[in-house]
Every structure is written in structure tokens, then in C-alpha cells.
Design a protein. Structure first.
Length: 211
């Protein structure tokens, strides 16, 4: 990931603040709802939203001795909350907020470009009663896919590469040649194909600039 989870979380929050005026700016990058005494303007007021990274799932893409490489799917959650005395009104408000949040994020090319792919988009609603008030929450889960590579540390820098071509075809079926260091000795003649120990071109040395 070239973009950190915190940066993506903040990007989601900023777009919700700008694109969902009904939230009144009450978008918090947190897993818990702020208390009215938390010193925040409108803390505890509704409707509001939380934004946080829920989990990261990684599947290995490494081959052989390559650096550990993973397909990572990071799930970000937008938790929308609404309260009221009318069950139907709360449900309708969550409908509007959920659809608006999806539209604000999924139609923004700059947001979609933060990930290699939007691998999933799910929503789940929960409604509870607290005395005479209805509390509704809509959880919008966004699965964002990335490729992560953990390069080993402490290795010497790659400064040069030597390229030697000893092809399978053409090959000398009868000739005997010494091994090309550091490769093993070729098969003894007669042979049907190369490598035969005879380079097909002059060795090439590539020098890499220091980073």
C-alpha cells in the first residue's frame, strides 16, 4: 500500500463532510461515538457518521524465495446513525444517508483511484429501541484491494547485473565448452539442444544508478 489506512480513512471522512450536508459535519474518524462532554461541537447530535478501518485480509502472492508479497483487502466501515421517535422516519433517513454515502464515494474517481480495485461494497442495518426513541445504524463496508510487498532490509544495494545468453536453440550439438560461471556445466555432447556452454552474444553488464 502506497497510501496508508489513516490517509484513506481521512479521505473518506472528508468526502462525507463535503458531500452529505445532512450530517452537519458530524463525521468522526473513530470506532466509538463521541460523548456530549467530549468538547466537540454537536458531539452526541444525530445524524452522524463514524469512519474506521475494520480489518485487513492478506493472501500470499509470493513465488519461491521472492520477498513476501500479498494481495491485501482492507475493509473500511462508514457507520451512519440516526435517531428519532418515528421508526419509519429513521429508516427512511438511513436509506437516504446510505445511498448518498455510496454515491459520494463510488462516483469520485480520485477516491476510487486510491485502491487497485474496490473489491466489495456491502451494507448492514440495525435498529434498536431506547425508551421512546428509535436508534438506527447503517454500516457501509468498503473492501479496497492493494498489493503489498515486504522488501527485506539490510541487503546490499543492487548496483550491477551481468547478462549472458546461452540459448536452447541454436546450439552446437557436438562441441565441448567450459561452463559459464556461475552456471553449471552444460550437458556433454552429443546434445539435442542448448545450453551448450557457448554464449550466443558478448556478455552485457548493466550498471544501476544509486538511489
Amino acid at each position: 500500500m502506497t497510501t496508508t489506512r489513516a490517509e484513506i480513512r481521512d479521505a473518506i471522512a472528508a468526502r462525507l463532510v463535503a458531500g452529505l450536508p445532512r450530517l452537519g459535519g458530524r463525521v468522526y474518524t473513530s470506532r466509538v461515538w463521541p460523548l456530549p462532554a467530549a468538547g466537540l461541537v454537536d458531539a452526541g447530535a444525530m445524524p452522524a457518521a463514524l469512519v474506521y478501518a475494520l480489518r485487513t485480509r492478506r493472501t500470499s502472492l509470493s513465488i519461491g524465495t521472492a520477498a513476501p508479497t500479498f494481495r491485501a483487502i482492507v475493509t473500511f466501515v462508514v457507520m451512519l446513525r440516526a435517531e428519532g421517535t418515528n421508526d419509519v422516519a429513521v429508516d427512511l433517513l438511513l436509506d437516504d444517508l446510505g445511498e448518498a454515502a455510496e454515491d459520494v464515494l463510488m462516483t469520485d474517481p480520485s477516491f476510487v483511484a486510491l485502491a487497485e480495485e474496490i473489491a466489495g461494497l456491502d451494507s448492514e442495518r440495525r435498529t434498536t429501541k431506547d425508551s421512546e426513541r428509535t436508534i438506527g445504524e447503517e454500516a457501509l463496508s468498503i473492501d479496497m484491494q492493494f498489493t503489498e510487498t515486504f522488501e527485506p532490509k539490510g541487503l546490499p544495494p543492487l548496483t550491477t547485473a551481468n547478462v549472458v545468453i546461452d540459448a536452447i536453440d541454436p546450439a552446437d550439438q557436438a562441441g565441448a565448452y567450459p561452463a559459464i560461471d556461475p552456471f553449471p556445466a552444460p550437458a556433454a555432447p552429443p546434445r539435442q539442444q542448448g545450453p551448450d556452454g557457448r554464449p550466443e552474444a558478448a556478455p552485457l553488464t548493466i550498471t544501476f544508478p544509486e538511489s
